[in-house]
Design a protein around this ligand. Structure first.
Ligand SMILES: Nc1ncnc2c1ncn2[C@@H]1O[C@H](COP(=O)(O)OP(=O)(O)O)[C@@H](O)[C@H]1O
Ligand SMILES: [Mg+2]
Length: 351
């Protein structure tokens, strides 16, 4: 399942295209389901190439596909075609869903809730962890409660006065939508005069924004993958933005060739071990399932701060999560099978 209503629609299509390309067709009959930007569900073509980025052109779900719905009815266990076109009216029962959706209405617990109601197992975190990780405000509270360190921050809701304590954060600050992703709506502010514009931009995406102290340090990511004996942490990666962008913004993430990744990072073994163990603690603090990518800042003094937890990280072979696992010994194709197996083992309901 891919596409969706969030600003990360295109990235989700790219992830889905990559999975379609490698998934083991001897084990799985795949039904690609696209969700349009408006939220309509359609039967999508099984065409990996159409879902790739071509130059600077981003893919989208074609809204002319056969419309579908998934009833939240566990006795139905399947998709219903709304108008019989080229697709067979009975698509059969669905064993497991791979929700390759990023952002609100996909990665935030809403889709997971529907799949729980329908009794269809799915890859990744359940309702609570998905919702908690999507909202950076609540994510930070849970991480802090588990003893992890996060950058200082203030929550600012649209239409409310900006509290004076924001200034205590010191400059520069990062201003971000609480429930966003792909760096969309994020600004780095180096003068207080620019704060209002940055808040307006963040509030265009989410009525709840965060202002956060900028951490001077290196940026690391670590993949966590569920296994029958408990979650495992991958070798971390360091992200180095070398294309002239001010931080790891949308351009540096998806469009620039200049961003560099070191797997593992050039850091002492001991620091890498602390990052891996913090990634596992963050995964458990939020009750994550299946997979997550935990992102960090590491200061020159070696302090490890958690930036965020992504419950459905970018999932193309060029994305960090698959690359970190490939470097740790789990190739992309096996990753897909392991995640589907994990989802099938777990099922739905309280667990
Ligand atoms: N407190 C911070 N200190 C330093 N850099 C930050 C901070 N917050 C965000 N950034 C930069 O902005 C990028 C995107 O921010 P992030 O909170 O990860 O949002 P998203 O969910 O959109 O990825 C980070 O990868 C990092 O480069
Ligand atoms: Mg991020």
């Amino acid at each position: 399942m891919f596409g969706g209503r969030s600003s990360e629609h295109a990235i989700s299509c790219v992830s889905a295209g990559s999975v379609l390309e490698v998934i083991d067709r001897d084990r799985y009959d795949v039904l690609p389901i696209g969700i349009t930007g408006e939220g309509r569900w359609v039967l999508a073509g099984d065409e990996p190439a159409r879902l790739a980025i071509h130059g600077r052109e981003l893919p989208t779900v074609d809204p002319t596909g056969t419309p579908l719905v998934l009833p939240g009815d566990p006795t139905a266990k399947g998709l219903v075609v709304l108008e019989a076109g080229d697709a067979a009216a009975d698509l059969g029962s669905i064993d497991v869903v791979f929700p390759l959706l990023h952002g609100p209405y996909g990665e935030d617990g809403t889709l997971q809730g529907l799949l729980e109601l329908a009794g269809v197992p799915y890859v990744g975190s359940g309702v609570f962890a998905s919702a908690a990780a999507m909202d950076k405000h609540h994510m930070k509270q849970l991480l802090e409660a588990a003893g992890l360190v996060v950058p200082p921050y203030v929550v600012i809701r649209r239409g409310r006065a900006v509290p004076t304590e924001v200034r205590n954060l010191g400059l520069p600050v990062f201003v971000k939508p609480s429930r966003g992703g792909s760096s969309i709506g994020i600004s780095k502010v180096s003068r207080w005069d620019d704060l209002d514009d940055a808040l307006a931009e963040a509030h265009r995406h989410d009525p709840k924004a965060l202002v956060e102290s900028a951490v001077a340090g290196r940026e690391l990511e670590c993949g966590v993958l569920a296994a029958p004996s408990g979650p495992e942490a991958s070798l971390p990666a360091e992200v180095r933005v070398t294309g002239g962008q001010d931080f790891y913004d949308f351009e540096a993430k998806y469009l620039s060739d200049a961003t560099e990744f070191d797997i593992p990072p050039h850091l002492p073994e001991e620091t890498i071990a602390r990052v891996r163990s913090a990634a596992l603690r963050a995964f458990e603090a939020l009750d994550c399932e299946g997979l997550a990518r935990v992102d960090f800042f590491v200061t020159d003094a070696g302090e490890v701060l958690v930036n965020e937890v992504n419950t459905m990280p970018g999932f193309t072979p060029a994305s960090m999560f698959p690359r970190m696992w490939a470097a740790t010994g789990v190739p992309y194709r096996e990753l897909v099978s392991r995640l589907l197996d994990d989802a099938l083992r777990r099922g739905t309901g309280l667990r």
